[in-house]
Design a protein around this ligand. Sequence first.
Ligand code: 5GP
Ligand code: MG
Length: 177
Amino acid sequence: MPEPHLTELISASDLADAIAKLAQQIDRDYAGQSLVVIGILKGSFIFLADLVRQIQTPLERIEFIRLSSYGSGTVSAGTAKLELGIAEAKIRDRNVLVVEDIVDTGITTQTALDYLEAYRPAALKLCTLLDKPERRQVPVAIDYLGFTVPNVFIVGYGIDYDEKYRQLPAIYQVGEV
Ligand code: 5GP
Ligand code: MG
C-alpha cells in the first residue's frame, strides 16, 4: 500500500494543553471522590495514558474494554461487537469515567455506555478526545471533550489506519486538506 499523505490537524502541544484542561475539569467535578477509568481499546490508549497522568483525583483502577466497529478499511460496519468486557463488580456503585478516542457515528461509544450502564455504576460519564458530529447516527452525551473535528479520516495519537500510525504524537488527517 502506498503511504498516504498526512496533514497535521492538532499539534502535540495543543493536545497536551487540552488534556491538562480536561483533567482540571474532571478534578473539579470529582472533588472529594474517586474514580474508575475505563479506556476503550485500542484507540484511546495514548490519550488515556496522558490524561490519567494529569488527573489528581484518586483512581481506584484503570480498566479497558474493547469493541470492534471498523474492519480494516475506513468505513464503519454499522454495529459494534464487545470483544473484551469487564467484571460487574469493578463498576457497580463506582464513579465510572469512560475514555474514548473519537465519537464518530456514535455506535461504538453508545454500545460501550449501554454495556457499562447495565452494571449500575453510581455515575457514568464520557470523556472523548475527538468528536466528529457530522457523522453521528446515534446520539451520545459527551461530558468531557477535547476537540471537535470535521468529517475527515483521522490518524495518530493512538488512532490507526489499518493498525498503523498509532505512534504519531499529533493528530493527522489522511489526505490533503
Ligand atoms: P463510531 O462507532 O462512533 O462510528 O466510531 C467508533 C470508532 O471508530 C472510534 O472509536 C474509532 O476507533 C473509529 N473511528 C472513528 N472515526 C475515525 C477516524 O477518523 N479515524 C480512525 N482511524 N478511526 C476512526
Ligand atoms: Mg475507539
